[in-house]
Design a protein around this ligand. Structure first.
Ligand code: PMV
Length: 363
């Protein structure tokens, strides 16, 4: 698989205008991507659950124009949002070789999130994948551009990756692998691949209750964090560890071995944060309440035998993962013991999902 497969065929007939709306979910990594090279290529493979309730909805309206510049306006939750323009400009410049229509139209991009702004939930994955899906739909609608189902999703994932690495895992569900790995056939650094092997039914509708511990802006962006892996003293070992943990996860997913799953997932979360603690400069994204929650999860698991576990993104929020059949018991625990550590007691009851949805199509 090479990048050349994503170069466009010539466009024969381009519509004057149109619009399209996609809703794309966020995702939560079980094996973490942390460290990249080239243009958004991962240093190690990762795998995530696609979520369902945390999502971004984006409408792209387009109008043919004469000049060859990239032209767009960006609206967030009903208001102009020029603060997002630099990231989108970079994204459109990066995808232009694969999608020359970005120069042919002026775009109005209107976007909104299902989760509160600055909730500490990364909106870059859902935001970039929703935008990439809209643009891929526009390209598909242009006569002369053939794209089948898998080809469409692969191109959307490939483009999303150029906006935000983890976004390439937000097109499809329920488990998506990104990054070439010997034990996973078809896996590639270029785009996310729906996990191709058997998955035990215990992982169906896997629950992710997201505890919003700290809602402010992150002190260190993930771009800076990824870059710190270049000179990191433990980088080589970390990339090998992620790859090994993914190998271990394959039979665990097949057999439904929850204790082994918990061990891998929590180790990944703590290893990700260990990279932050040991980079130069070092930094800490966990908050005291993150640790309070982790300790209570461990205690609850020990005393009840529950299969609850946690994972962390590049932030202080805690994702509480557990099988659907423990929902009642775990949610009661979350409400009585854990929400006291959340900002304003806020949390999101999310669950693994099937991927992005086309919402409206005026192409
Ligand atoms: O896609 P980025 O550059 O925001 O990186 C995301 C990295 C983590 O969320 C920490 C891990 C992951 O694999 O999603």
């Amino acid at each position: 698989m090479t990048e050349a497969q994503f170069l466009p065929q010539s466009y024969s007939e381009m519509p004057e205008q149109g619009s399209v709306t996609w809703r794309a979910p966020s995702n939560i990594a079980l094996i973490k991507y942390w460290g990249k090279h080239g243009i958004q290529l991962p240093k190690n493979p990762s795998i995530s659950f696609t979520l369902s309730k945390s999502h971004t909805t984006t409408t792209v309206s387009f109008q043919k124009k004469k000049n060859n510049d990239i032209t767009f306006e960006i609206w967030f939750e009903g208001k102009p949002a020029p603060e997002f323009a630099p990231k989108i400009q970079t994204f459109l410049e990066r995808i232009e070789p694969y999608m020359p229509l970005v120069n042919a139209y002026s775009f109005k991009i209107e976007t909104s999130n299902s989760f509160p702004h600055s909730s500490g939930i990364a909106s870059s994955a859902s935001g970039m994948s929703a935008l990439a899906l809209c643009l891929t739909s526009i390209e598909r609608s242009i006569a002369g551009v053939e794209m089948t189902g898998a080809g469409f999703n692969q191109k959307a994932s490939f483009l999303s990756r150029l906006g935000s690495g983890s976004a390439c895992r937000s097109i499809e569900g329920e488990l998506v692998v990104w990054g070439a790995h010997d034990s996973i056939e078809g896996s590639t650094d270029l785009y996310g691949l729906p996990y191709p092997y058997e998955v035990h039914s215990i992982f169906k509708n896997f629950q992710d209750t997201i505890l919003l511990v700290d809602k402010g802006e992150k002190q260190v962006s993930s771009t800076v964090g990824h870059n710190l892996m270049h000179e990191h003293p433990f980088a080589v070992q970390r990339f090998q560890q992620a790859s090994d943990q993914l190998s271990r996860l394959v039979p665990v997913l097949e057999k439904g071995d929850l204790p082994a799953f918990i061990n891998i997932v929590e180790s990944e979360a703590l290893s990700l944060h260990a990279m932050m603690l040991t980079s130069s400069p070092y930094f800490i994204l966990m908050k005291p309440n993150t640790l309070e929650i982790i300790n209570l999860i461990w205690e609850f698991r020990k005393t009840t035998g529950s299969h609850i576990c946690f994972t962390l993104d590049a932030g202080a929020n805690v994702h509480v993962l557990y099988p659907e059949n423990e929902k009642q018991q775990v949610l009661a625990f979350v409400r009585s013991e854990l929400t006291q550590f959340c900002k304003n007691g806020e949390y999101i009851e999310d669950v693994s999902g099937k991927g992005a949805q086309l919402i409206a199509n005026k192409l």
